[in-house]
Ligand binder design. Structure first.
Ligand SMILES: O=C[C@H](O)COP(=O)(O)O
Length: 311
């Protein structure tokens, strides 16, 4: 849509109300036994299984892809009658230089799992616009069907919302048919009001998802900031009829946390946002804990390290 600066300028966020709501959600009783196992499998299918390290190589990207296509031991799925149901993570997420490795590995495994690439000078976004745009185009050419762009925090912090909108719109065009997830890097935006405004501008410029963090800031996905972002998504939907997805990312490591994230989505946005089309968890190590908890549910004990070798 066009940039509605009047809407953006009217935004005010009530910090106390946000903190209270986040506390309420964290305090909810979580499901137990088979219901918990079902929710954990749901969380698993929403994971963007990620590796974003300087020492990434074709072989660890290959391993990541194999884990994404078979995220849980077959015998565990079988004992829950969930084998043969095509349980996979939602996508794999890598640096642009590793996209072709991931595409090759998934193709060899006959998998149609999407490859997501971070782009636009991830994580800081402090490279010239021309380079950031080229990076998006190259990742798409190499076969990424999802692009996780980072916003220019300088523009957000100095209130240059029109310039931010223009940049994101250009990224949108460079993405073509690829889905665009826009990373706000909330830990660097200073205030909840800035987070809400950046969420709105990103959605107006055509983002398919808004995402909290790169995982590289000192503060990443927190529940209060998520409340602000999902309220922006809800308001945007009520005003435009368009559903934008949400992706918390950075520091999400435990199965218990994944249940809180699902609760937050269900309570704030409803069941439509409980599937990978509108909800992703960006995480590098969450899957291991989910598999561990499912193992416990199935066998009654926690596994030894060698029993989940691919975790
Ligand atoms: O986008 C995903 C994040 O970079 C993953 O962060 P994490 O390694 O803290 O799970």
């Amino acid at each position: 849509m066009h940039l509605d600066l009047e809407w953006v300028s009217k935004v005010r966020v009530n910090t106390q109300a946000v903190l209270k709501r986040a506390q309420q959600i964290q305090g909810r009783k979580v499901a137990k036994k088979q219901w918990q196992a079902a929710w954990l499998l749901k969380a698993l299918t929403c994971i963007d299984l990620t590796t974003l390290a300087g020492d990434d190589t074709p072989s660890n990207v290959h391993r990541l892809c194999m884990k994404a296509t078979q995220p849980m031991r077959h015998d565990l799925l079988k004992s829950m009658d969930m084998h043969g149901k095509g349980i996979t993570t939602a996508a794999v997420c890598v640096y642009p230089s590793r996209v072709s490795d991931a595409v090759k590995s998934l193709k060899a495994a006959n998998s149609s799992l999407p490859v997501a690439s971070v782009a636009t000078g991830f994580p800081a976004g402090q490279t010239p616009l021309k380079t950031r745009l080229e990076e998006v185009s190259i990742a798409v050419e190499d076969g990424a069907t999802e692009i996780d762009i980072v916003i220019n925090r300088t523009l957000a912090l100095t209130g240059q919302w029109a310039a931010l909108y223009d940049e994101i719109k250009q990224f949108r065009e460079a993405c073509g048919d690829a889905h665009m997830k826009t990373i706000l890097a909330v830990g660097e935006l200073g205030t909840f009001t800035n987070v809400y405004k950046a969420s709105l501008v990103s959605m107006m410029a055509g983002s398919d998802f808004i995402k909290t963090s790169t995982g590289k800031e000192s503060v990443n996905a927190t529940y209060p900031v998520a409340v602000v972002m999902v309220r922006a998504i809800r308001d945007y939907y009520l005003k435009t009829g368009h559903k934008v997805g949400f992706k918390p990312a950075g520091g999400i490591r435990t199965a218990q946390e994944s249940l809180v994230w699902l609760t937050l989505m269900k309570e704030e946005l409803g069941d439509d946002w409980l599937n990978p089309h509108l909800f992703r968890l960006g995480a590098s190590s969450l899957l291991a804990d989910i598999e561990r908890q499912i193992y416990h549910y199935v066998t009654g004990r926690y596994p030894a390290y060698h029993e989940l070798p691919m975790a």
